[in-house]
Design a protein around this ligand. Structure first.
Ligand code: PXP
Length: 239
C-alpha cells in the first residue's frame, strides 16, 4: 500500500497571485492530513515565489504526519533546514527562470558537496531524499552520498506525447525504482502525476510514496480540497 504526500506549493501560488493571505497552504496541509495524506511537502524556493519562510515555520508547528522540505542544495537553504528541522529534506535543482522543477538533480556532478550537505542534515536527524531522473547511475550516486531516499522524477513520463513514449519512460522509472530498492533506499516518485497517469504505477510496488501537488489542487477547484486529496489517497492505497 503506497502513501500520498501532498505538495502545498500550488495553494501558496494562488495566494501570491494577489499578494494576500488566502488561500493558506497551512490550512491546506491540515485538510490534506484529515483526508488521509501521510506527508506534507513544501518547496522554499530561493526567489520565494510561492512558499514563504512564515509558511515553513507554521507548517513545522502544524504538520502531524511528516514535513518534507524541498530545497536547492545551497548554503542558505541548509541553514534554514537546520533551524526549522523538517522531518526530511528533498534536494532538488533550481533555476530561477523555470516554471517548475524541470529535471532531477545531477548528483554525479557534485558528489562531494552533496555528501557534506547530507552529513550536516543527518547530524540534525533530518532524513535526506534526492530528486533524480530515472537513471540507475543517479540512483547509485545518491546512495554514495548517503541519501536515505530517492524521489524518481516522473515528469518525462507525464509529458509523453503518445502511448509508446509513455511506456518507454515508464519502464525507465521502473528500472530506477527497482535499483534504488535493491540498494536499500526508500523510493518515492513524483512530478506531473494525475488521477489518470498514476494508474500504471500499480506495476511498481517498490515505490512507497507519491509526491503530488498540481493535479490535486486543480481538481480541488471543482470538487473541494478534502475530496481531491481523499480520491488520490484511495488511488495510491489501492496499489
Ligand atoms: N516532486 C518534486 C521534487 C517537485 O518539485 C514537485 C513540483 O513541485 C512535485 C514532486 C509535485 O509535482 P506536481 O505538482 O506536478 O504534482
Amino acid at each position: 500500500m503506497a502513501k500520498l504526500a501532498v505538495n502545498v506549493d500550488h495553494v501558496a501560488t494562488l495566494r501570491q497571485a494577489r499578494g494576500g493571505v488566502e488561500p493558506d497552504p497551512v490550512t491546506a496541509a491540515s485538510i490534506a492530513e484529515l483526508a488521509g495524506a501521510e506527508g506534507i511537502i513544501c518547496h522554499l524556493r530561493e526567489d520565494r515565489r510561492h512558499i514563504q519562510d512564515r509558511d515553513l515555520r507554521l507548517l513545522r508547528e502544524v504538520v502531524k504526519t511528516k514535513l518534507n522540505l524541498e530545497m536547492a542544495p545551497v548554503e542558505e537553504m541548509v541553514e534554514i533546514a537546520l533551524s526549522v528541522s523538517p522531518d526530511m529534506v528533498t534536494l532538488v535543482p533550481e533555476r530561477r527562470q523555470e516554471l517548475t522543477t524541470e529535471g532531477g538533480l545531477d548528483v554525479l556532478a557534485d558528489l562531494e558537496r552533496y555528501q557534506k550537505i547530507v552529513e550536516r542534515l543527518h547530524r540534525a536527524r533530518i532524513l535526506v531524499s534526492f530528486f533524480v531522473d530515472p537513471s540507475p547511475e543517479q540512483v547509485m550516486a545518491a546512495k554514495d552520498c548517503g541519501a536515505d531516499i530517492v524521489e524518481i522524477h516522473t515528469g518525462q513520463y507525464a509529458e509523453a506525447k503518445n502511448e509508446d513514449q509513455a511506456e518507454k519512460k515508464f519502464r525507465k522509472i521502473e528500472q530506477a525504482a527497482k535499483s534504488a530498492f535493491e540498494l536499500g533506499l526508500g523510493v518515492s516518485a513524483g512530478h506531473g502525476l494525475n488521477y489518470v497517469n498514476i494508474k500504471r504505477f500499480r506495476l511498481i510496488p517498490e515505490i512507497e510514496e507519491y509526491s503530488i501537488g498540481h493535479s490535486i489542487v486543480a481538481r480541488a477547484v471543482f470538487v473541494g480540497f478534502e475530496r481531491a486529496v481523499r480520491e488520490m489517497v484511495e488511488m495510491v492505497r489501492s496499489f
